[in-house]
Design a binder for this molecule. Structure first.
Ligand code: EAX
Length: 350
């Protein structure tokens, strides 16, 4: 099987050029960044970087978003999608979007916790019972508080997308009890909550970008990792991991981010078109993620030993993580915590 090709680090392309300065650029520059759109308006080229391969819903959703933006702006805005961490990893691409040197990216909420600790509330272990509950909470006032908070970080957070429930894979043994995690070197996202989560479960957390993970698993630098089935499949982790244990220990959301620097240059109509395209692409991305997550298990069973984790053991993991949940919740904005708790409670009543 063709293993995950290492991302071609082609360096990142030219910065998004500012509309009001473009006119001073040489015609050559105009040829690269600005073309006359079909009905005479000036056209802009923007770049969207994802950290996951072409086949993952994060990138499939990005391509749908780009298609919808081109259609809704009548060709005025063309978004080029660069998958597989070609432009950088979640952390570096988020910084580039803040700086205005990348127009769009789609990191995990775990990455955004470094910009605003309140995003940790999404990553709390066993926080959500289902994708539908996550949609209700994230698409409501509680989720909007998080998205709106990024305006202060030069980011226009457009929508929550889905990465999915995260499960543990490793090369040593099936995880069927809390104790099975002890001593395992587990790669985590570069996020303090995930690092603490696996250390509190007596594993050894090893944070690193997802595009470095396949090699770390292949060389045995780490024993395991945790991700939704779509990432496990798209990154070919099944080639270098024997066991997949269905812990569903956390739900991971992504956020479609626009650089505020880019959005400020646009007309109201173009911004409206981008928000509409984002909303439509969100429905598509979540649907694609759920369809794939439901059928990939059969695919992964071909090469991996897959086990359920008894509810009693998942409860023991949850109990063991209570101190972490309390510690992180106490650090967050009480208004955000209260909004999430209300949204979770009302979603359980429906
Ligand atoms: O962009 O880093 C990870 O494990 C995440 O699942 C993913 O890459 C989100």
């Amino acid at each position: 099987m063709n293993l995950t090709s290492s991302p071609l680090h082609t360096g990142y392309p030219q910065a998004a050029v500012k509309r009001n300065h473009l006119l001073r650029f040489a015609p050559l520059m105009l040829a690269g960044s600005m073309l006359m759109a079909s009905h005479g308006a000036l056209a802009l080229t923007a770049k969207l970087g994802t950290s996951l391969p072409e086949t993952h819903p994060q990138t499939l959703g990005a391509k749908k978003f780009a298609e919808l933006v081109k259609e809704k702006t009548h060709g005025e805005i063309t978004i080029q999608v660069f998958p597989n961490a070609m432009l950088g990893n979640d952390v570096s691409m988020t910084s580039m979007a803040q700086a205005g040197t990348l127009e769009f990216t789609v990191p995990s909420t775990a990455t955004l916790a470094s910009l605003n600790d309140n995003f940790s509330i999404v990553s709390l272990p066993f926080q959500f019972d289902s994708e539908q509950q996550a949609d209700k909470v994230l698409d409501g006032p509680a989720g909007k508080m998080l998205l709106d908070s990024l305006k202060a970080k030069q980011l226009d957070a457009l929508d929550f997308w889905e990465n999915g429930f995260r499960h543990i894979t490793n090369s040593r043994r099936p995880i069927t009890t809390l104790e099975d995690l002890q001593g395992l070197k587990v790669r985590t996202m570069q996020n303090n909550l995930y690092i603490d989560l696996f250390n509190d479960l007596k594993a050894n957390a090893v944070p690193m970008p997802v595009n470095e993970l396949f090699t770390a698993l292949e060389t045995g630098a780490v024993d395991g990792q945790e991700n939704p089935y779509t990432v496990i499949y798209a990154q070919h982790f099944s080639d270098v991991q024997k066991y997949l244990s269905k812990t569903a220990h956390a739900y991971d959301a992504l956020v479609l981010l626009a650089s505020d620097n880019f959005m400020k240059q646009l007309t109201d109509a173009q911004r409206q078109a981008i928000h509409e395209a984002a909303d439509e692409a969100t429905v598509y991305e979540r649907q694609t993620s759920r369809e794939l997550n439901s059928k990939l298990l059969d695919e992964l069973k071909q090469t991996m030993t897959i086990n359920d984790v008894p509810a009693s053991e998942r409860q023991r993991m949850r109990d063991a993580l209570q101190p972490l949940t309390k510690r992180y919740t106490e650090r967050l904005d009480p208004a955000v915590v209260s909004a999430f708790e209300q949204a979770l409670a009302s979603s359980r009543q429906q």
